[in-house]
Design a binder for this molecule. Structure first.
Ligand SMILES: C[S@@+](CC[C@H](N)C(=O)[O-])C[C@H]1O[C@@H](n2cnc3c(N)ncnc32)[C@H](O)[C@@H]1O
Length: 265
């Protein structure tokens, strides 16, 4: 608990409901993770790492997640002392705010079911990525998840790694998720600009993420006729075409109609 927080203080910008679609994605992807009450899961927390200059996104998530689990414990973690102080007036017995870093400030016996880290690692260097992930894996219960990604300033477009904690205190890469509410249209290239840190510098020939984007762009061009029926239909058609090219993307309507692309890794 007294250990020096690992990481560096970065810009604290956030916005109302910026992460609403991230929460909605989690609620649709695995609601059972938020409601699990078996063994250590009963007391385990949702951690919002790097919530920004005030805890609005943490409190918004608390309201959303507690609709399905009123007892869910939530911990907002910030590496910036003033931002922790700004959040403390909003704390209660199940909503906690603490100073910390990638070495999470957990107290004896506390465990984690889900970590959300949004717009945090984008301000780090690529070389910091693996050590941050390794450290965070230590705290999550086997079966738990982390969603770590980057969004546009108001959250209309985002991309995130979805990783699951496996028994060996490591992460297993589960999916790369893309989200859009179509407010800025539909342009595959827009997703490239907000890729998580492990991909953003890798959209170059020879890398799988490059092939993925080339194939998605081709798929969007091939299905441009669907634009006539609206952007959502075009988005969905492009992903069907991507699937036909052999990419393991989720073509179910429950995702595509809401502007989510899940690429299973
Ligand atoms: C841009 S804000 C993101 C706020 C919010 N998550 C959002 O997406 O709107 C990033 C925040 O992460 C914090 N931060 C950076 N590194 C951190 C670390 N290792 N541990 C905890 N917080 C960190 C910064 O102090 C900053 O307030």
């Amino acid at each position: 608990m007294n250990k020096k927080p690992e990481g560096v203080s970065t810009r604290g910008k956030t916005a109302d409901n910026r992460l609403r679609r991230v929460d909605n994605f989690m609620l649709l992807y695995e609601p059972a993770l938020l409601t699990r009450a078996d063994g250590p899961f009963a007391q385990s927390m949702f951690v919002d790492l790097g919530y920004g200059f005030d805890p609005r996104t943490t409190l918004e998530s608390a309201a959303r997640f507690r609709k399905i689990n009123p007892d869910l414990k939530i911990l907002g973690v910030e590496i910036d002392k003033e931002r922790v102080e700004a959040a403390l007036p909003f704390a209660d017995e199940k909503t906690l705010f603490r100073l910390g870093g990638f070495n999470l400030p957990l107290e004896n016996g506390e465990t984690v079911r889900l970590i959300r880290a949004f717009n945090v690692l984008r301000q780090y260097q690529e070389k910091d990525f693996v050590s941050a992930y390794d450290r965070l894996a230590e705290y999550v219960l086997p079966g738990g998840l982390m969603i770590e990604g980057t969004s546009t300033p108001f959250g209309s477009v985002w991309a995130a790694n979805l990783v699951r904690r496996v028994e060996s205190a490591q992460w297993s890469l589960e999916a790369l998720v893309f989200s859009t509410n179509f407010h800025t249209g539909f342009d595959v290239e827009e997703f490239q600009t907000i890729l998580p840190k492990n991909y953003i510098h890798r959209v170059v020939k020879g890398e799988p993420i490059f092939d993925f984007f080339e194939a998605w762009k081709r798929s969007a061009a091939e299905t441009a006729f669907a634009k006539a029926f609206g952007l959502k239909q075009w988005f969905a058609a492009s992903i069907d075409a991507l699937s036909q090219k052999g990419f393991e993307v989720d073509c179910r309507k429950k995702w595509l109609s809401k502007g989510y692309l899940i690429w299973y890794l």
